[in-house]
Design a protein around this ligand. Structure first.
Ligand code: SAM
Ligand code: SF4
Length: 323
C-alpha cells in the first residue's frame, strides 16, 4: 500500500509512544461536539495536582516513553506560572519532550510555556470550512477563535506544531474534507491527528444532528474506513509528518483499529497515563478505548502489538525529522 510504503521510506518503522496525561477536564468552551463543554453540568470536574502530574511523568520514564502530552479542556484555572513550573520540573528531572494540548490560550501563556521548555503544541483546526467551524465551535465571548492564526503564532514561538481534524462531523462535506487535507500540505505541520467524530449524547451535535443541513450524498461518514482513507492521504501529502493512530479510531474498532491505522500511514500512538479515577471523567465521547486499562497494561499490550506488526518501538523524543 502506497501510504504504508511512504511512511516506511520517510519516517521508518519506529512507532513513537507519547504518554497522554489528561490534566484537567474543566472547560470554558461550548464546542458542539465535545462532552467536556462547559454546559455539560452532569460531568464531575477535576484538575490534577502538580504532584499527580509528576507521578505520571515518572511512569512515562519508567515505561520508556520519549514524550508526555499534557492535555486539558480550555481551563482558565490552569495558570501560566503554575504550568511553567511543572514544565521546568519535567525538563530538569527527565529527558522527556513536552507536548501541550490546552486549547486556545493567550499568546503570553504560549510564549511563557515555550520559554519554560515545552517542545510541541497540538491544536486541531477541526475543519477548514469556516461556516461549519463557526457552527460547531462558538468563540469565547469577546474573543476571536482563529486557530490558523494560533498555529502560526506557535510556529513563530518555536514550537513543533500539530493540528488535525475530525472526520464525519455532521454537516462536513467531501469538498471541505478535501480542503482540510490540502491545508495539511499548505501548513507544513509537524504532527497531524485525524480521528472520527464520535457522538456524545450531552452535546448539541448529538441532539440536533447536522447544524448545517447538506445533501445526504455529500455528508462524510464518521466511519472507520473513511478514517483510514484520510490517514493514508495525509501520509501521502505530508510524508515526513508524525501521524498518530488515534484513540477515537481505536474506539470504533477496539480489536485492531490502532494496527490498521498504523498500517495505513500512522507512526505514533498515545497511550494513556491518566490515573483511572480521572480518566473516566475525561469523557469527550463515550466508550473511549483503553478506559479501564492500567497504564502498565496499556503499555505492554501496545508494545506487543507494535512488535507483532514487524515494527519497532521508537526511542527518544521522536520529533519531526528524527525517526
Ligand atoms: N481542549 C483542547 C482543544 O480543544 O484543542 C484539547 C482537548 S480536546 C478534547 C482534543 C480533541 O478532541 C479536539 O481537538 C477534538 O478534535 C477531539 N474531540 C472532541 N470531541 C470529540 C468527539 N465527539 N469525537 C471525536 N473527537 C473529539
Ligand atoms: Fe473544551 Fe476542547 Fe472539548 Fe472544545 S474540544 S469543549 S475546547 S475540551
Amino acid at each position: 500500500m502506497l501510504a504504508d510504503e511512504t511512511r516506511r521510506r520517510h519516517v521508518g518503522d519506529a512507532v513513537h509512544l507519547r504518554g497522554l496525561i489528561e490534566i484537567s477536564n474543566h472547560c470554558v468552551r461550548e464546542c458542539g461536539y465535545c462532552g467536556l463543554r462547559a454546559a455539560n453540568r452532569s460531568l464531575k470536574r477535576y484538575r490534577m495536582t502538580a504532584d499527580e502530574i509528576m507521578a505520571c511523568t515518572a511512569a512515562a520514564v519508567e515505561f520508556g516513553y520519549g514524550t508526555v502530552v499534557l492535555q486539558s479542556g480550555e481551563d482558565d484555572g490552569i495558570r501560566q506560572r503554575w504550568l511553567s513550573d511543572i514544565i521546568r520540573k519535567i525538563k530538569s528531572d527527565t529527558n522527556l519532550a513536552v507536548t501541550l494540548s490546552l486549547g486556545e490560550r493567550p499568546d503570553e501563556d504560549l510564549a511563557a510555556w515555550r520559554v519554560a521548555g515545552a517542545d510541541r503544541y497540538l491544536l486541531r483546526f477541526e475543519t477548514s470550512d469556516p461556516v461549519l467551524y463557526r457552527l460547531i465551535h462558538p468563540p469565547r465571548p469577546g474573543r476571536a477563535s482563529d486557530r490558523f492564526a494560533i498555529l502560526k503564532k506557535l510556529r513563530e514561538l518555536g514550537y513543533e506544531v500539530g493540528s488535525g481534524v475530525m472526520i464525519g462531523i455532521p454537516g462536513q462535506t467531501y469538498g471541505s474534507l478535501a480542503d482540510d487535507i490540502e491545508a495539511f500540505r499548505r501548513l507544513d505541520l509537524d504532527m497531524i491527528g485525524v480521528g472520527p467524530y464520535i457522538s456524545h449524547p450531552a452535546t448539541p451535535l448529538a441532539k440536533h444532528a447536522a447544524l448545517r443541513p447538506i445533501p445526504p450524498d455529500q455528508q462524510v461518514p464518521n466511519s472507520e474506513l473513511m478514517t483510514y482513507k484520510v490517514v493514508a492521504l495525509t501520509r501521502l501529502v505530508r510524508p515526513d509528518a508524525n501521524i498518530p493512530s488515534t484513540t477515537a479510531l481505536a474506539t470504533l474498532n477496539k480489536e485492531s483499529g490502532r494496527e490498521l491505522g498504523m498500517s495505513r500511514g500512522a507512526n505514533v500512538i498515545m497511550p494513556n497515563l491518566t490515573p483511572p479515577q480521572y480518566r473516566i471523567l475525561y469523557e469527550i465521547y463515550p466508550s473511549k478505548a483503553c478506559l479501564f486499562e492500567t497504564a502498565e497494561d496499556c503499555r505492554s499490550r501496545l508494545k506487543n502489538r507494535i512488535l507483532a506488526m514487524g515494527r519497532t518501538v521508537g526511542q527518544g523524543p521522536g520529533g519531526r525529522g528524527r525517526p
